[in-house]
Design a protein around this ligand. Structure first.
Ligand code: 5SP
Ligand code: FE2
Length: 223
């Protein structure tokens, strides 16, 4: 069997100690994280609320790692500039959050940062077929967005695989990220299906040893 790709690991601070977000970001940075994933929720697009650009700006000095900002908000466009100026390296938004994804991607790119599109579990891969030329990352939700600690949806594996085929056909370097219920058990399934970025909250911040937790997701189960 061929060896699995070593994925990038993006700890989601949603499961960190939120009274100590800065130190929690610093800790995973020092222990080998590749990206930092920041979940922004508005209590409208999803039934939960987290934080806005002011907090992202306050957290920026704690790490130089790539800030992967996952917007679960509607509307999106109004908030691109504040998040870009707060220090986002990539802004991801949901294809379900409005009819003008193409324009939104252009707006994100106009700030000189990366742009990503997110699909909820009920959204087919085909929904993003006409915007692949503008995306840097495709994020497949493997739970319904809004909360950490949910059960991984195995039904999403075939969609990840379909998106892998779509991406390979473009010949472009597009990352395929997955988010929700990613553990050492589900990681090989999504990597095998074509994912190369693993977002994980509970399975990193819920563990004592962050380095060991991230290595387990990489399939490198050594201390
Ligand atoms: O976007 C979200 C939830 O909507 C995520 O980024 C969660 O934070 C993932 O948490 P776990 O499922 O890994 O606990
Ligand atoms: Fe997320």
């Amino acid at each position: 069997m061929p060896a699995l790709t070593v994925p990038l690991i993006a700890p989601s601070i949603l499961s960190a100690d939120c009274a100590r977000f800065g130190e929690e970001i610093k800790a995973v940075d020092e222990q080998g994280a590749d990206w930092i994933h920041l979940d922004v929720m508005d209590g409208h697009f999803v039934p939960n609320m987290t934080f806005g650009p002011v907090i992202v700006k306050a957290l920026r000095p704690y790490s130089r790692l790539f800030f992967d900002v996952h917007l679960m908000i509607e509307p999106v466009d109004l908030f691109i500039e504040p998040f870009a100026k707060a220090g986002a390296d990539q802004i991801l938004f949901h294809i379900e959050a409005g009819p003008h994804a193409h324009r939104t991607l252009q707006t994100i790119k106009s700030f000189g940062i990366k742009a990503g599109i997110v699909l909820c579990p009920s959204t087919p891969a085909q929904a993003i077929s006409e915007i692949l030329d503008l995306v840097d990352t495709i994020l497949v939700m493997t739970v319904n967005p809004g909360f950490g600690g949910q059960q991984f949806l195995e039904s999403q594996l075939s969609k990840i695989n379909q998106i892998r085929n779509m991406v390979d056909a473009t010949g472009r370097d597009i990352r395929i990220s997955v988010d929700g219920g990613i553990t050492a058990k589900t990681a090989p399934l999504v990597i095998n299906a074509g994912a190369d970025v693993l977002v994980a909250g509970t399975s990193i911040y819920g563990q004592k040893d962050y380095r060991q937790a991230m290595n387990a997701l990489r399939g490198q189960d050594v201390k």
